[in-house]
Each structure stands twice: as C-alpha cells, then as structure tokens.
Design a protein around this ligand. Structure first.
Ligand SMILES: O=C(O)CCC(=O)C(=O)O
Ligand SMILES: [Fe+2]
Length: 400
C-alpha cells in the first residue's frame, strides 16, 4: 500500500456472477480475485514451477512461481511473437519488434524485453491453456470478431523483472481482465476523470508515472491513484476507461482479454464518437475542399487506422449481438449455451430485455448525432443493418 491509495476489493472466494455484475461491472469498479479462479488452468500447472525456497520465503515482495523455460520453449519455441523494448520509447508506446518465441526466451531473464499481445488461443487453438472465468464470459467484442474470423482480443504477456506497460487506457474503453500465472504486477489505477491531471498543456499523457518531468506535468500529484500488487495466480478486473500503468516484479506471465458488453456499451460508444471528433478536428482544414460524404468517408478511414474500428464495425457488432439476443429470447429456456462454444456460455449475462434497451439507447443517440450516418451506411451497403437491429430488439422490450 502506498501514498493516496484507495483499496481495491479482494475476493478470496470466487464471486457469483450476479454479485460481480452489481458490484463491479455496472458501477465500473476494479476488483482482485484470489487464485481459486485460475487453480485448474493448464497454464498454472504446466507453464510454471514453484521457486526454490518459496515456502520458507517470508518476502511477500517476491513471486512464488517462475516460468518453466524448457517446457515453454519445447511447446511454443517456433511461434512468432511481438516484443517491446522497455527502455526504448516510440511515441506513446515502446519500440516493438517481431522474433521467434525461442529468441524471446533467451532475452526474457534480462528484464528489458516484454512479449505483448500474443494472440495465444488463435496460435494454439487446441492447447486450452485456460478457461474464460464465468464472470467475464459475456464478451461481445470477442464474440463478434471471432464470428467474423478477423481478429480477437485474447492475449498472453510475458516479461522480465522491471519490464512495464506505460500509462494508458484500453482500446475502445473496453474492460480488461488479467490473470497472473507467475510473477507480481504492480498496478496503478487512475479513476476516470482524473486523467486530466496526467496531461501536459498540449494534451500529451504522462508516459511513465515513476519518472516524468514535473514541469511538463505539474498536476500529477492531484490525481487519485489506486496502487495494487497482484500476486501469482490472482486475477484483476480493469474497469472501462480507467487509466493504468503496470510494472512487473520478477519474471511474469499473464493472460488477459479485452472485452465489452451491454454494461459498458455507453462508454465504448462515447469513446468511438470522441475519437471520431478528434479525427474530424485533425483534418478540419480539408472539410471545405471535398464533398461532405467524401469527408465522412475519409474520417472513417482515419478512425479505423487510429482506433481499430469505425461505424461499420460498430453497427455490425451490434447487429451480431442483437440477432443472438433475439434468438435467445425465442428459445424457451432463454439459453442457447449448448449451441455455443464454451467461451460464450450465455447463461451468465444481464437480462436480455435490459441488454436490448442499452443497444437501442445507443442507436437513438447516434441517429441524432450524425445526419450522415444513414447515408454513409447506405453507401457501404449496410443501410438495412440498423433497421434489422431495431426489428430484432423492439419485440424483446414488448415481450415483458
Ligand atoms: O500486464 C500488462 O503489462 C498490461 C496489461 C493491461 O494493460 C491490461 O490488462 O489492460
Ligand atoms: Fe491495459
């Protein structure tokens, strides 16, 4: 515990879904869950070994487990991975390079290199290193992207002692969950709203909270900070839009997903509209020189490049979820879990009617925001999608 820390709630016993929904997903509050949640994972049994002396090691500042380098190398050595150099900054990120996992393993103990964003399940679909915990399984982003067979937000991270992830908030203001297989992570969380204290007068964000120019960032001390040490085996829930920095202690392996659902839909939607606004402002001088629809199209292309999604992707995701919700309510037991892969066991989610309402609220807000939306979607051949969503969801509201 340090400085102006506010406590993060810790659950030794696994919370029920309903409890987690009411106390963490809806109010958007961080949580830490004890090792019981991950105790049956293959990754926790096969990937790590207990450190010598860890039983009589009273030093709680050191990890209890360490990676089994030979096993990992034998299983995954040939995979290509993306590695960040933690002492070379590249604008708001660290300098990245691609290498084989075998090459990374040799660098790992140095404490300078950090393997990030490894789409592990995509690379090894049969291996089943872990199961998505039930409290995080209602996940629209991965459901949509996997159905489209395009991408996913399911990652493995491996870093040496002293490696870190600079201050940031997650893509699309998604939630994230992160389970430590070994090592300790020191998390600094900034509650939403306080990130304004972490910016300079040009809007640039502090890169490393442990080491920054106090003249350039004079207000950092004013920000509330929640600091937590996440130990081997435990899982942290990172709420939507909370900035955070992560510093690794010891050799760490973690598994994390970015995800979203009806509970943070409003936040993800507002993040998309604010990114779009930034893009529009950045090319405002071109607005007069092109027809309005060409301007809209250019902004969408830039939005896709800058934020990883655009209006079309957002509408397609909502349509995919709406179709599933509609089918779900038509089936007598409200549960299609048996027809879905285990990742998307659908029994644990908010009431379908409430989810439908959240989507419709966002669509309504959106229609009022942009007169060009329908025209743009028509141009992209997607004009019937919004009607389709409304057709599927409105009867759900009436069914209650
Ligand atoms: O573990 C890390 O280094 C970063 C993880 C992170 O930023 C997240 O889970 O959102
Ligand atoms: Fe993050």
């Amino acid at each position: 515990m340090e400085g102006n820390e506010v406590c993060i709630r810790y659950y030794e016993d696994i919370p029920t879904y309903d409890f987690f929904l009411q106390n963490h997903l809806l109010p958007n509050i961080p949580a830490l869950i004890g090792p019981a949640l991950t105790k049956n994972w293959k990754a926790r049994h096969e990937w790590v070994t207990k450190k010598e002396n860890s039983n009589n090691n009273d030093n709680k500042n050191q990890p209890e487990w360490e990676p089994r380098l030979d096993y990992l190398n034998e299983q995954f050595g040939k995979a290509m991975v993306n590695v960040a150099d933690c002492i070379e900054r590249d604008f708001t990120d660290q300098k990245r390079s691609d290498m084989t996992f075998e090459e990374f393993i040799k660098l790992w103990p140095d404490g300078r290199y950090y393997l990030k964003d490894w789409h592990f399940v995509r690379a090894y679909p049969e291996y089943q290193a872990y199961e998505v915990p039930h409290i995080f399984a209602d996940d629209w982003m991965n459901e949509y992207w996997l159905q489209e067979n395009k991408d996913d937000y399911r990652f493995v991270y491996m870093g040496g002692d002293g490696t870190f992830t600079p201050l940031h908030s997650d893509v699309y203001k998604s939630y994230s969950w992160s389970s430590n297989i070994c090592g300790i992570k020191r998390w600094v969380f900034i509650p939403p709203g306080d990130e304004k204290y972490l910016k300079d007068r040009f809007g640039n964000l502090v890169y490393d909270l442990r080491n920054y120019d106090h003249q350039q960032f004079p207000n950092v001390e004013k920000a509330r900070k929640l600091i937590y040490y996440q130990r081997d085996g435990t899982t942290i829930f990172v709420p939507s839009g909370w900035h955070h920095q992560v510093d690794n202690i010891g050799m760490t392996i973690s598994i994390n997903h970015n995800w979203s659902n009806a509970c943070n839909l409003g936040l993800t939607f507002r993040s998309l509209t604010s990114d779009l606004y930034d893009v529009e402002r950045s090319i405002d001088d071109l607005r007069q020189s092109m027809p309005p629809m060409e301007f809209v199209q250019t902004c969408q292309q830039l939005l896709l490049a800058h934020s990883g999604w655009d209006w079309c992707i957002f509408v397609k995701m909502l349509n995919c979820i709406s179709q599933r919700l509609s089918k779900q309510i038509k089936s007598p037991d409200h549960d299609e879990a048996e027809q879905q892969p285990p990742l998307f066991s659908l029994s644990l989610q908010p009431k379908v009617e409430w989810q439908a309402q959240q989507i419709l609220i966002v669509l309504e807000e959106w229609k009022h925001k942009s007169a060009f939306l329908n025209e743009y979607l028509k141009q992209e051949g997607l004009d019937d999608l919004i009607q389709n969503i409304e057709r599927s969801l409105l009867p759900l509201l009436k069914s209650k």
